[in-house]
Ligand binder design. Structure first.
Ligand code: ADP
Ligand code: TRP
Length: 338
C-alpha cells in the first residue's frame, strides 16, 4: 500500500521571473496549471531565488516577478482557490534547502543535463547556485509536502532528483516524513517551436524577437510576427507524413490546436491543401482572441500594484503556515530543534 494516500493531495509548481513570458510558457506550462486547482490544493510560486542563479538586474527582477504573478492570475489561476506567492517571501524554502543539500549526493547533481546545457564550456565559472538549483527545486516541493508536480519534459530529471532525495531522507531518518512527489506529465502541453526555425524551441533567450510571441505583445505585433513566421511557398500538404517534415508548418498548426483546445489532426484536416496565407489569417485571429484578454488583464493587474502585492503577501503568509510546520518536523527528526 502506498503511503501517499495519507498526505493531502497538493500541487506545487514554479515559474522563473526571468525575461518575459511567451506563448510557449503559457501553452506549455501556465495554461495547464489552471484545471488542477479543481482537484488539488494548489500552490504556484514565482521562483525568484532560482532566477538569480544567473545574474538579474535588480530593478527588472522586481518588475518581472509582478509580471509572472499577473500572468498566473490573468491566465485563470484564482487567488481565492490557490496560493500565489514569491519564493523568497517564504524563507523556509532556503532553510530546508540546506538540509537537503546535506542529503543529496554530488553524483546525483553531476548527472543533471540542464546544468550541463546551461553551464556549457563555462563550467568552472558559473554560480554554485546554478549547480545546486535542483536541490532548491526539491525544497520548493517538499516544504509543502506536495504530492503532485506538473512538469514539462525539461524538468522531469529535476523531479527525479527530488524523488531520490525523498527516498534517502525518509530512509536516513527512519520516518515517512515526505510523500513521494508524483509528476503530472502535461500530456496536453504543447511544445512550441520558434517562429523563425521550427527545429528550435520558442525561447526568451533567442536573439530574434520574431521567433516568439510574448503575452504582452500588442495585436499588431502578434499579426506581424505570424505574418513573418517562416513557411513554405507550397500549400499545406494533405498527408501527415509530408507535414511532419515541414517543421514550421507543423508548429503553426500546433499553436492553433493548443489555443483552440482541439486536436492537431482536426486543424490539419481543415487546412490541408490550402495556402499558408489562409492558415495564418485564421491563426492571427485565434491568437489575438486568446491573448488579448490575458494581456489586458495583465496590464490592469500590473498597474494596480497594491492589489497584486496584497495577493502575493496573503499567498506567502498562508504558504508560510504550511512551510513552518514541515520545517519544524524536519528539524525534529534531524536533531536540529532543541
Ligand atoms: P525559456 O526557454 O523561454 O527560458 P523556461 O525554461 O523559463 O523558458 O521555461 C518555463 C516553463 O515554460 C517550463 O515549464 C517549460 O517547460 C515551459 N516552456 C518553455 N518554453 C516552452 C516551449 N517553447 N514550449 C512549451 N513549453 C515551454
Ligand atoms: N525549474 C523550473 C523551471 O525552470 C521552475 C521551478 C522551480 C519549479 N521550482 C519548482 C517547477 C518546483 C516545479 C516545481 O521551469
Amino acid at each position: 500500500m502506498s503511503k501517499e494516500s495519507s498526505f493531502t493531495q497538493r500541487v506545487l509548481s514554479g515559474v522563473q521571473p526571468t525575461g518575459g513570458l511567451h506563448i510557449g510558457n503559457y501553452l506549455g506550462a501556465i495554461k495547464n496549471f489552471v484545471p488542477l486547482q479543481k482537484d488539488y490544493e494548489s500552490l504556484f510560486c514565482v521562483v525568484d531565488l532560482h532566477a538569480i542563479t544567473v545574474w538579474q538586474d535588480p530593478k527588472e527582477l522586481i518588475t518581472k516577478k509582478r509580471e509572472v504573478a499577473a500572468a498566473f492570475i490573468a491566465s485563470g489561476i484564482d487567488p481565492k482557490k490557490s496560493l500565489i506567492f514569491n519564493q523568497s517571501d517564504v524563507p523556509e524554502h532556503t532553510q530546508l534547502s540546506w538540509v537537503l543539500n546535506c542529503v543529496a549526493r554530488m553524483g546525483w547533481l553531476n548527472r543533471m543535463t540542464q546544468f550541463k546545457d546551461k553551464a556549457g564550456k563555462n563550467k568552472e565559472n558559473v554560480s554554485v547556485g546554478l549547480y545546486t538549483y535542483p536541490i532548491l527545486m526539491a525544497s520548493d516541493i517538499l516544504i509543502y509536502k506536495a504530492t503532485h508536480v506538473p512538469v514539462g519534459e525539461d524538468q522531469k530529471q529535476h523531479l527525479e532528483l527530488a524523488r531520490d532525495i525523498v527516498l534517502k531522507f525518509n530512509n536516513d531518518f527512519e520516518k515517512e516524513l515526505f510523500p513521494m512527489p508524483e509528476p503530472i506529465i502535461m500530456e496536453k502541453a504543447a511544445r512550441i517551436m520558434s517562429l523563425r526555425d521550427g527545429s528550435k524551441k520558442m525561447s526568451k533567450s533567442d536573439i530574434s524577437e520574431y521567433s516568439r510571441i510574448m503575452l504582452t505583445d500588442s495585436n499588431d505585433e502578434i499579426e506581424k510576427k505570424i505574418k513573418k513566421a517562416k513557411t513554405d511557398a507550397k500549400p499545406i500538404p494533405d498527408s501527415l507524413k509530408e507535414l511532419e517534415l515541414m517543421l514550421e508548418a507543423k508548429n503553426l498548426i500546433t499553436i492553433y490546436a493548443a489555443f483552440e483546445n482541439i486536436s492537431f489532426d482536426l486543424i490539419h484536416k481543415r487546412y490541408g491543401g490550402k495556402n499558408f496565407s489562409e492558415l495564418k489569417k485564421d491563426l492571427i485571429g485565434t491568437v489575438i482572441d486568446k491573448i488579448e484578454p490575458i494581456r489586458e488583464e495583465m496590464i490592469k493587474l500590473t498597474d494596480d500594484q497594491k492589489y497584486l502585492d496584497s495577493i502575493l503577501e496573503s499567498g506567502s503568509i498562508k504558504a508560510r503556515n504550511i512551510a513552518k510546520e514541515v520545517l519544524n518536523e524536519v528539524y525534529d527528526v534531524t536533531g536540529l530543534s532543541n
